[in-house]
Design a protein around this ligand. Structure first.
Ligand code: ZN
Length: 324
C-alpha cells in the first residue's frame, strides 16, 4: 500500500495574504491567498492525487471507486461524502464573525448538507494574538438585541492564543480568526457558514452577505467557558501520536518526529499534513506543506527526520454508520 499524496486547492479571500506561498512554498499567485485545502473532496475543492498508481484522480473519485482504501463498502461511499476536510488558513486580516449549524439544522435548511464541527491548531501567530470564540450574551433575548443593534464590542468575546494551541469549535459557537494567525483546520466536509458580522467591510464595492436570522437560530446561549475551548500542547511526547481531541466526527493528533517515530498500523485510514520540518515516511521524502492519506492496510508507519505533523482519523460517526 502506498501513501496518497494530494495536490492542494487554493482559495483567494479578501482577508488572505502571501504566507501560504512564502512560508509553505506553495506555487500559487496572488496576495490574497487565504486557504490551502490540503485534503478535500468537496464540490468547491476536490484535491487531485499527486503521483503513484492513482495520479490525477480526484479524492472524491478515489473515495467512490476504491472504498476499500477507506475501510468502507461501495454502497457506503456512494451514499456518503468523504467525511473530513483539512485546510491551512493564512489570515492577513480578520475573518468575519461567523457560526456554523449542526447536522440537523443544515439538513433541514441547507439542502441536506452536513453541519460543521471544526477545530484549529495554531501554526503561527503574533505574540499577543487572540481569536474570537464565543460571545457575552446571557440569554437568547440579549443575543438577539446585541446582534440586531450591532453592539459588537459588547457581544464579541476574544480569547488569547499562542503557537501550538488547539481549539475545538462546536456548531453554534461564534468564532473568527484574527489577522496574523496561521492555522491548520480539521473540519467536517461542509462549507456552510453563517456570517454574523463582517466589520462593515466591502468586497468589490459591496458588503458581503450576512446571515443574521440563521445565526440567531443556531448560536448556542450561553457560550461555553472560554477556558474549555483552548488547550495547550506544550510538553507532549515526541515520536508518538498525541491525541489533541476526539469527537464523533474526528480524532486529531499531533506527531512531533525527532529522529525516528514508529507508529503501529492504525485501525482505519489516517490523514496527515506536515506542518514543519522534513524527513521520510517509510523511506519516501516528505516536507513541510505535504498532505497525504495513509489508506486502510497501509501497515506500520515509520517516520524519520525532524518534523511536525497534524494527523486525523474519522470519528465514531463514520465507523458506526459503516458497520450498519
Ligand atoms: Zn468556521
Amino acid at each position: 500500500m502506498e501513501a496518497i499524496f494530494l495536490n492542494p486547492v487554493f482559495k483567494h479571500n479578501i482577508w488572505g495574504g502571501t504566507g501560504l506561498r512564502e512560508k509553505y512554498g506553495y506555487e500559487v499567485e496572488g496576495d490574497d491567498i487565504g486557504e490551502c485545502w490540503g485534503i478535500a473532496a468537496h464540490q468547491n475543492g476536490d484535491c487531485e492525487v499527486k503521483n503513484g498508481t492513482y495520479a490525477g484522480m480526484h479524492l472524491s473519485q478515489l473515495w467512490r471507486e476504491h472504498p476499500e482504501m477507506f475501510g468502507k463498502s461501495g454502497e457506503y461511499t456512494a451514499n456518503h461524502v468523504f467525511p473530513l476536510l483539512i485546510k491551512i488558513i493564512d489570515a492577513k486580516s480578520d475573518l468575519s464573525i461567523q457560526v456554523h449549524p449542526d447536522d440537523t439544522y443544515a439538513a433541514e435548511h441547507e439542502n441536506g448538507s452536513l453541519g460543521k464541527t471544526e477545530c484549529w491548531y495554531i501554526l503561527d501567530c503574533p505574540e499577543d494574538a487572540c481569536l474570537v470564540i464565543g460571545h457575552n450574551a446571557g440569554s437568547r433575548e440579549e443575543l438577539e438585541s446585541m446582534i440586531r443593534e450591532g453592539r459588537w464590542n459588547e457581544f464579541i468575546r476574544t480569547v488569547p492564543v499562542k503557537k501550538g494551541d488547539f481549539i475545538q469549535i462546536n456548531p453554534g459557537t461564534v468564532h473568527a480568526i484574527k489577522g496574523g494567525i496561521m492555522l491548520l483546520e480539521t473540519q467536517q466536509n461542509s462549507d456552510i457558514t453563517y456570517r454574523v458580522y463582517d466589520y462593515d467591510r466591502l468586497s468589490n464595492g459591496k458588503p458581503r452577505q450576512l446571515h443574521v436570522q440563521q445565526s440567531i437560530d443556531v448560536i448556542a446561549v450561553p457560550a461555553e467557558d472560554s477556558e474549555k475551548c483552548v488547550s495547550h500542547t506544550d510538553g507532549m511526547e515526541t515520536n508518538k501520536l498525541n491525541e489533541l481531541y476526539s469527537c464523533k466526527y474526528y480524532n486529531v493528533y499531533r506527531l512531533s518526529v525527532d529522529g525516528k517515530a514508529e507508529i503501529p498500523e492504525q485501525p482505519g485510514y489516517l490523514l496527515a499534513t506536515v506542518v514543519n520540518g522534513s524527513g521520510t515516511l517509510n523511506g519516501v521524502p516528505v516536507e513541510k506543506g505535504d498532505h497525504f492519506i495513509l489508506p486502510c492496510g497501509y501497515g506500520d508507519i515509520c517516520l524519520e527526520g525532524s518534523m511536525q505533523l497534524i494527523c486525523s482519523a474519522e470519528g465514531t460517526d463514520g465507523k458506526d454508520q459503516a458497520d450498519r
